[in-house]
Design a protein around this ligand. Structure first.
Ligand code: SF4
Length: 443
């Protein structure tokens, strides 16, 4: 399949662009000085990085800045408030003032939504935190390998953006597999380990191998599923097809399957055009060839994929390529939410209408789902109560308090609400489903 862009100055090729080079590229490709300046300012606040594959194969430069793939990865001034933009722009001339202005704006952008650092990090027998792990739900542990805390490109909406801004206090990362192994030995209830980040497939195979060896060693047989969260086939498919250690990586994944474990590759797929390049299709085929099951997830976001047609097309193609649609998420309350966020009722309509256009095998994505401090809450619909009042019908798919899972509850209808913290329980029965309300500033 050929590239979609119509304006093709020199290709970026295998390079990755970030910082000032993004502004230079926008200046060169779009010829818009103000747009390039905005890119420069906003890229001081949030992390941006774009792979050559995204620049050369995915973005339609003739439609930039309105092209959805451009919007997915490039800075835009509307990602921050006018005050935040001005504060950083005014500080550009002074490195000290710039550092302070950027730090303050980042603090305002809720760098760790869902109390990730305070409530998800587990503790060892001596009470000290186990760095680089998160254990929110009983059966699943998240592992953040230190060398995997970056991605081939950054999605501008990423809720893990604080991982990428170079501030150690905002970063989750482990010190190798030993802590993971020790923790899992103490927790036989854990059945799933998710390697996440960042993108663990930025790691060389030899760096990933000790983690796999540790999981397959005697004593951790209770870990039956190994998940890897990645966007590599979409952002840098050569990682799985042409990189020098691509064969070694694929052999490593095969070993997981050969050991009798379920290997789940959790793909982050934002737009159907990401699935078009032949290189991406080859990368997906290579992953499937290891015996891995491929699943997909992504948030529904303004400017990129805010239509039922886009999702229906994406899920249709995914099924044809052997990918199981898994989650449609709601944009989280962090970073550039003001730019990407949608009202919950709109997210629900998009999911409903997309599913309606597909056969049963394309209807497997649960959504829209809010990954909140207390758990994963699905918006099942908008219901009309006796008396005519409208309400959101909600349900926990996962919860810290397992007794909340699967029981329907309601919140008052709110046409503007974009996130959990903006919802109010409908009645006294529903209040028990909002246990984190005080912490999240909710009802
Ligand atoms: S690939 Fe995932 S972790 Fe990386 S920037 Fe995108 S959403 Fe964030």
């Amino acid at each position: 399949m050929s590239a979609v862009h119509t304006v093709a100055p020199s290709p970026v090729g295998t390079r990755t662009l970030s910082g000032r080079r993004l502004a230079a590229l926008v200046r060169e490709r779009c010829g818009d000085e103000q747009l390039a300046h905005d890119v420069d300012v906003v890229a001081r606040i949030l992390p941006f990085k774009v792979s050559g594959h995204v620049v050369d194969e995915l973005i339609d430069w003739s439609r930039a800045p309105d092209d959805p793939l451009y919007r997915l990865v490039f800075p835009h001034r509307d990602m921050v408030t006018p005050d935040q933009y001005t504060a950083v722009e005014r500080a550009l001339a002074s490195p000290g003032a710039l550092r302070a202005a950027v730090a303050e704006v980042r603090r305002q952008l809720n760098p760790h939504p869902g109390d990730q650092l305070t409530r998800n990090v587990p503790h060892g027998p001596d009470g000290s935190p186990v760095d680089g792990l998160q254990h929110k739900y009983a059966r699943t542990v998240l592992v953040f390998p230190r060398q995997g805390q970056t991605c081939h490109s950054y999605c501008a909406y990423c809720f893990r953006w604080a991982q990428f801004v170079g501030e150690p206090d905002l970063r989750m990362a482990d010190d190798g597999p030993a802590a993971m192994t020790a923790y899992l030995r103490r927790h036989p209830e854990v059945t799933d380990v998710l390697f996440t980040g960042g993108d663990p497939l930025v790691m060389r195979a030899e760096m990933l191998r000790p983690y796999v060896d540790a999981l397959l060693a005697p004593g951790l047989e209770h870990v039956v599923t190994v998940r890897i969260g990645t966007k590599a086939p979409l952002f840098h498919p050569a990682r799985l097809t042409a990189a020098p250690d691509a064969p070694a990586l694929l052999r490593l994944l095969e070993r997981v399957v050969a050991a009798g474990r379920h290997l789940a590759v959790m793909l982050h797929i934002s737009h159907p055009r990401e699935l078009a390049p032949d290189t991406t299709r080859a990368a997906l085929a290579a992953l499937r060839g290891t015996g891995a099951q491929l699943r997909s997830q992504a948030p529904v976001i303004r400017h990129v994929n805010d239509s039922a047609e886009t999702w229906a097309e994406s899920w249709r193609v995914q099924v044809a390529l052997g990918v199981h649609p898994y989650y449609l998420f709601v944009e989280r309350d962090t970073g550039a939410q003001r730019y990407f966020g949608l009202p919950l009722h709109r997210a629900y309509e998009i999911h409903r209408d997309a599913v309606e256009a597909l056969s049963g095998l394309g209807r497997t994505a649960r959504g829209p789902v809010m990954s909140t401090t207390e758990g994963k809450v699905i918006v099942d619909g908008v219901t009309e109560l006796p008396g005519g009042e409208r309400a959101f019908a909600l349900r926990y798919l996962q919860a810290r308090e397992s007794g909340l899972v699967g029981r329907p509850f309601h919140a008052h209808w709110d046409a503007q609400a974009q996130w959990w913290s903006q919802l109010r329980p409908l009645g006294s029965y529903d209040r028990r489903f909002f246990p984190g309300a005080d912490r999240e500033g909710g009802p």
